[in-house]
Design a protein around this ligand. Structure first.
Ligand code: HEM
Length: 155
């Protein structure tokens, strides 16, 4: 695990390969920037999701920059985003599957606008997986880990 700001030659090679594979699909810095700007325009205009963000974000410039770093980290392993999104989402009451579905619908609508078949499918799949992992994290936070504990039987 790379903890410092000095990536190993192997990490650098992996990043370059990821960037190359993404670029071959048309996913580059410009694509990420366009995606994030347009997506949060839709979020802010959304009657349900807009107010949830408005309550927590007063200065959108830094948030958009942060989300661009996040997506570059996801899509290019750029290592630029070092935050922990889970606690931020756990702190929002009432985040449930329908809200995540709405979030993902707006994300898909943005991808459809900016085009690029393979790129859109790839980025959408990453977003869906992350949304699911947040949803699972929220469920575990509220209800605990599923599974039988020591001494528990099926009866
Ligand atoms: C219903 C769904 C969602 C809602 C309402 C939501 C809302 C928010 C809000 C209000 C913040 C700002 C929190 C703060 O600064 O206090 C935030 C941050 C963030 N969100 Fe979401 N979000 C949702 C889903 C997602 C998904 C699916 C992803 C990833 C694919 C995502 C990634 C992030 C990241 C990376 C941050 C920055 C966290 C940090 O400060 O490091 N969110 N979200």
């Amino acid at each position: 695990m790379e903890k410092t700001g000095t990536p190993s030659p192997h990490a650098i090679a992996m990043r370059e390969e990821k960037r190359r594979a993404a670029a071959a699909m048309g996913i580059d810095d410009h694509y990420v920037s366009e995606l994030v700007d347009r997506f949060y325009d839709k979020i802010r205009a959304d009657a349900v999701l807009g107010p949830i963000f408005a309550e927590r974000i007063s200065d959108w410039g830094p948030h958009l920059d942060q989300m661009k770093r996040f997506w570059r980290s996801i899509l290019f392993s750029s290592g630029e985003y070092l935050g922990r999104p889970m606690p931020k989402h756990l702190a929002i009451p009432g985040l449930d599957k329908p809200l995540f579905a709405r979030w993902l619908d707006l994300f898909a609508a943005t991808l459809a606008e900016i085009g690029g078949g393979d790129a859109a499918a790839h980025v959408h799949e990453r977003a869906r997986m992350i949304a699911n992992s947040f949803l699972n994290g929220i469920a575990i936070h509220h209800h605990g880990q599923l599974g039988l504990r020591e001494g528990e039987g099926f009866a």
